[in-house]
Design a protein around this ligand. Structure first.
Ligand code: HEM
Length: 132
């Protein structure tokens, strides 16, 4: 039987609260998205350098790599990468603008508007990735 949250230790409650997605503010969501996408982009940058290192294997190695890059699984990863870039870039611009003292009273509206823009741009990018 599940233990009621009131009977759990402070540490267990804090841990559970961390992963509870309910009743979160737009600010918290923006913070989590910024951190997850930021770390994801750093990991991508490192992987990108490893992949580019394949150029050292000459034209054959590169052609094989390009063929892998065109596989549907990698194209899905491309779309996930574009999602991360769009969310991080647009939210980063929002954080910078708010940090400069502009639009502080409407920061939630700005966040949701920019995330809607990100969703539209992602839909268009996904279409381009799979059709061009
Ligand atoms: C147009 C491009 C970008 C913009 C406008 C941007 C903007 C920002 C801003 C404003 C923050 C601070 C967020 C905060 O304090 O709440 C941030 C954090 C961060 N950015 Fe970027 N960034 C961009 C590109 C990148 C790229 C290319 C990478 C990785 C290669 C990256 C990695 C990170 C990381 C790891 C953090 C820390 C996340 C956190 O503490 O939650 N960013 N970015």
């Amino acid at each position: 039987m599940a233990v009621p949250i009131q009977q759990k230790s402070t540490g267990a409650r804090a841990l559970q609260a961390w992963f509870n997605p309910l009743k979160r503010s737009a600010g918290f969501l923006a913070f989590v998205l910024m951190r997850v996408t930021g770390i994801g982009l750093v990991i991508y940058l490192l992987l990108h350098m490893v992949v580019i290192g394949n150029l050292l294997r000459g034209p054959e190695g590169w052609d094989a790599l390009v063929a892998t890059m065109k596989s549907p699984a990698v194209l899905v990863l491309d779309v996930i990468l574009i999602a991360g870039i769009l969310i991080h870039m647009l939210n980063g611009i929002r954080v910078t603008i708010i940090g400069l003292g502009f639009g502080t009273s409407s920061h939630k509206g700005i966040f949701w508007t920019l995330m809607a823009v990100a969703a539209l741009l992602l839909a268009y990018s996904g279409w381009l990735v799979f059709t061009k």
